[in-house]
Write a protein of this length. Structure first.
Length: 385
């Protein structure tokens, strides 16, 4: 176990509060990394090096004894083991006879702090491994690599075996989700959902997998509060209820896609729910689908007509106005009969009737694809562009 400076200083501080003698903390290379005497920090401690080599306590009785070792003073140097290795050496300066009674308390304090840190590090390491496996399953799905990751996840956790509503928290790509933000999120949500259901996907994306029967709105509110106290730019995407690994994976993808679409619908919002925006997400997917060429042919037929531009505009506004004849005619500044004639022309050219729901749905998708290439200021198109 590699000890950091923060923990080493904490050990030195607490130990000295008990025994009122100088305490040095040496790493597993015998370097002083914390000390009540700050001038000694960074020096090699000869007795500590000997203690590490032999794995035993080295007692320095007097100055003559200390002279045998580099940068060493009288005192007790005790190695603390984590597993089979020396993690640190605790050096307590002073006459060994005088400090012997109290040194055990200082050493015990150091051992407890190290054990606690080791357990936390082990738990964090296991969590990082599990998080990476979840990420791997999301990426590879039912391919061999994804299924292998799923098997490993299921060995230690049931997070992908029980119903959940996935929630993605995504920060601006310019704002990495640093450790403090993650800690804040874990702290505020740990009383609501288990920490193994809070998964770090990458430095700007966190996945929550709360049980489906939990209070999802409460969890979302707490997540928003936790992040907003640390960052100003972030979005939350909420998937749908799913109860099997592959369905959960799909819902996670939904929660990601709804953010991509949502920021273009209303960038001021922070929370986007897939249930509210499924159709917009579907149209987004169609943009890169082989089906796009089919819908492009519909508008190509219209634009090839002498009045093509006029018919495209008419159909566009008809869709935007939820197929309301009166409202569309008024916006175009034409009579309802003229609008009916134009819609009949569209039907004749495309073989799709704008007054029939399923035909209008095809025409809507066609207009969406057309406007991706030929944009104009249009509220419903801009909402998914």
């Amino acid at each position: 176990m590699k000890i950091n400076t923060e923990l080493a200083n904490e050990i030195a501080k607490r130990s000295m509060a008990i025994i009122h003698h100088n305490v040095n903390v040496m790493d597993n290379n015998g370097i002083i990394i914390a000390s009540g005497n700050h001038k000694r920090v960074g020096l090699k401690h000869g007795a500590a090096i000997e203690s590490i080599k032999r794995g035993v306590r080295i007692t320095i009785n007097d100055d003559a004894d200390a002279a045998r070792y580099e940068n060493t003073e009288p005192g007790i140097n005790h190695p603390i083991m984590i597993g089979d290795e020396v993690a640190v050496v605790i050096g307590i300066s002073g006459n060994p006879v005088i400090i012997a009674r109290y040194s055990e308390l200082a050493i015990l304090t150091a051992e407890l702090l190290l054990k606690q840190a080791h357990e936390i590090n082990t738990a964090n390491w296991k969590k990082r491994v599990n998080d990476s496996l979840v990420n791997e399953f999301i990426e590879f799905g039912d391919h061999e690599r994804g299924l292998s990751a799923l098997d490993k996840i299921n060995e230690v956790s049931n997070i992908l075996l029980s119903a959940t509503v996935p929630i993605i928290i995504k920060t601006d790509t310019r704002t990495l989700m640093v450790g403090e933000v993650i800690d804040s999120l874990l702290s505020k949500l740990s009383s609501t959902i288990d920490t193994d259901r809070i998964i770090l996907i990458n430095h700007n994306e966190v996945l929550l997998l709360p049980p489906a029967d939990a209070s999802i709105p409460t969890i979302i509110d707490k997540a928003e509060l936790a992040i907003s106290s640390q960052l100003s730019s972030f979005k939350i995407g909420v998937g749908i209820n799913a109860d099997s690994p592959l369905d959960i994976r799909e819902s996670i993808i939904f929660s990601r896609s709804v953010i991509d679409v949502g920021v273009k619908v209303d960038s001021a919002k922070r929370i986007y729910r897939f249930n509210d925006m499924a159709v917009l997400c579907l149209l987004k997917e169609l943009e890169t689908s082989y089906l796009a060429s089919f819908f492009n042919r519909i508008t190509n037929n219209l634009t090839g007509h002498a009045q093509g531009a006029q018919l495209i505009e008419t159909l566009d506004l008809f869709i935007e106005n939820n197929a309301e004849m009166g409202k569309t005619a008024a916006q175009l500044g034409i009579h309802r009969n003229t609008l009916s004639y134009r819609l009949s022309s569209i039907k004749k050219i495309t073989q799709l009737d704008p007054l029939q729901f399923m035909d209008l749905l095809q025409l809507t998708i066609a207009i969406h694809c057309y406007r991706k290439e030929h944009p104009r200021r249009n509220l419903w198109i801009e909402s998914i562009s």
